[in-house]
Design a protein around this ligand. Structure first.
Ligand code: GLU
Length: 537
């Protein structure tokens, strides 16, 4: 396949040795956005040649994370394509064919050096000035006949690239870093195929990129030192060298390379913590690229039409979770009820699960301090994993079946949330039915408040809420309560706060009467009765 620069073909090539981390996700986003903006093809290739560390489970996790991010691939696992297969383990015959070609050209030779010899060379060189400069080329001079005889005698060997003598510097124009030049005489004869017949990373990646007609290799700059070696392989194969674009690193706030030490680094951790995937894509896209140097909210569509390699920065980017959280809030507030509900569904199902788990009648739960609250939120990570699969399906089905009712929750909460995993905790009260779980602090501060008139307030409100002649809607209910409270000379705050605690369990909650409107009358009355019986009598 020849490279037609007018027809962009890019690939994201993760190794399934772990989950999709943030750096990998950014690389995937840039490849995807570049393909989309150029009307090109985005290929997903799984580099599973490391048998010890690659797992099918990790592959599935990576595909799932890609789908969650909305990065659809045109060729790759599950979708197929003309340049497949898309798993390196299924491409062994292509590497074997490439090796045969190099052998035929005299560009690859077998190396019989033992590990002991190579280790000794390295140790010796490291004691000398200048250090180890790579393989010394001993087996270059083994004659073809001798090599053939040793191979047929079963002597273990690897295959190395014969770097042409007198090769000038290896140069290329990186789309991010500009002109790069590496002296060829420091490149040793790199291994292409190991003694077990498996291809090395550099060899497999070049064979694949060449055979798949990749025009642009966009990847992390941790691969920059591999690039001159890969260029030597392209040259040996007589294949066109693609354009390279190496991406700057992503650092943690402390200026060190982003790692587990900085907290969550897996994409799915962010999904499980309730972040919106559009916000995630937007935020990761900005770690090293900018639209115009100032716009921060960039939709997927704009990214897919405006992305360009020339606006990728050379400077390392800093991952700042606070900025991500801010952007997440922006995306949440922009959602209409339908879109919100699509994302909120599993979290509402979990709120429902928590609601079902509330004890009968009125119960008191100890107030959580800020830290405890945070810990509780963290414990809600991937909440669906702790619900039995069959009941989980039932809860999700309920959200889908009663979409109109669930969509009415949207205006109650949308201004108050920054991530979706806050919803179960904040909304469980909507799903308690006739039960109520009272926050301990709210009980003492509101229901048992000195000089308060909680029992009277609840009695007044109960009368209104039991009156079937008043429409079951927030405004008329609230107005009727207010009028009755005024007649009894109870200030609105002293009237409504006890009701809020009795219905929502907490002195802080989403709008009270809008919540009441969403619940059946008998549940609302039952909660008031349970609170009066438990706390006020
Ligand atoms: N499989 C390599 C990695 O996960 C990527 C190789 C490349 O992009 O050239 O680091």
């Amino acid at each position: 396949m020849t490279n037609d620069p007018t027809c962009v073909r890019v690939r994201f090539a993760p190794s399934p040795t772990g989950m999709l981390h943030l750096g990998g996700a950014r690389t995937a986003i840039y490849n995807w956005a570049f393909a989309r903006s150029q009307g090109g093809t985005f290929i997903l290739r799984i580099e599973d040649t490391d048998p010890e560390r690659s797992t099918e489970e990790n592959t599935q996790i990576i595909l799932r994370a890609m789908r969650w991010l909305g990065l659809d691939w045109d060729e790759g696992p599950e979708v197929g394509g003309a340049s497949g297969p898309y798993f390196q383990t299924e491409r062994a015959s292509t590497y074997a064919a490439a090796l045969e070609e190099l052998k035929a050209k005299g560009a690859a030779y077998p190396c019989f050096c033992t590990k002991e010899r190579l280790d000794a060379c390295r140790a010796e060189a490291e004691c000398e000035q200048g250090g180890y400069a790579g393989y010394d080329g001993l087996c270059r001079s083994v004659s073809a006949d001798e090599a053939a005889a040793r191979i047929s005698a079963g002597e273990p060997h690897v295959w190395r690239l014969r770097v042409p003598e007198g090769h000038g510097p290896i140069e290329f124009d990186d789309a991010v870093y500009g002109h790069m030049s590496f002296p060829a005489d420091v490149m040793d004869d790199l291994i292409l195929v190991r003694s077990d017949g498996s291809p090395t990373y550099n060899f497999a990646v070049v064979c694949d990129d060449a055979n798949m007609g990749i025009t642009h290799v966009i990847r992390g700059d941790d691969h920059l030192s591999n690039t001159p070696r890969q260029i030597l392989i392209y040259e040996a194969l007589g294949m066109e060298v693609p354009t390279f674009a190496h991406l700057p690193m992503i650092l943690g706030p402390d200026g060190k390379k982003l790692s587990k030490r900085h907290g969550a680094t897996n994409v799915e951790d962010y999904r499980d913590r309730g972040f919106v995937s559009d916000a995630m894509v937007n935020y990761l896209a900005l770690l090293g690229w900018s639209l115009d140097g100032e716009t921060t909210v960039i939709s997927r569509d704009v990214l897919a039409s405006e992305f360009s390699l020339d606006r990728i920065s050379k400077k390392d980017a800093v991952f700042d979770e606070e900025k991500l959280a801010w952007l997440d809030g922006v995306y949440i507030r922009e959602m209409d009820a339908g879109k919100w509900l699509d994302v909120a569904a599993p979290w509402l199902a979990y709120a429902h699960h928590l609601g079902d788990a509330a004890p009968a009648g009125a119960s008191v739960a100890s107030s959580a301090s800020k830290d405890e609250q945070k810990a509780r939120l963290e414990a809600l990570i991937a909440p669906w994993e702790e619900v039995a699969p069959e009941s989980w399906q039932g809860l999700l089905a309920d959200v889908a079946d009663r979409r109109a009712w669930h969509a009415r929750i949207h205006p109650l909460i949308v201004e108050r949330q920054t991530t979706f995993n806050e919803l179960p905790d904040k909304l469980a009260y909507l799903f308690w039915g006739p039960r109520v779980v009272l926050d301990e602090k709210s009980v003492s501060k509101v229901l048992l408040k000195e000089g308060g008139r909680a029992d009277e307030a609840l009695r007044i409100c109960r009368e209104v809420l039991a009156d079937e002649s008043i429409p079951w809607e927030a405004e008329p209910l609230q107005e009727a309560c207010r009028a009755k409270g005024e007649a009894a000379e109870i200030k609105p705050k002293l009237l409504f706060q006890p009701l809020r605690v009795a219905i929502c369990g907490n002195q802080v909650s989403p709008p009270l009467f809008e919540s009441i409107e969403l619940m059946p009358r008998e549940d609302v009355l039952a909660r008031i009765d349970a609170v009066v019986a438990k706390v006020l009598s």
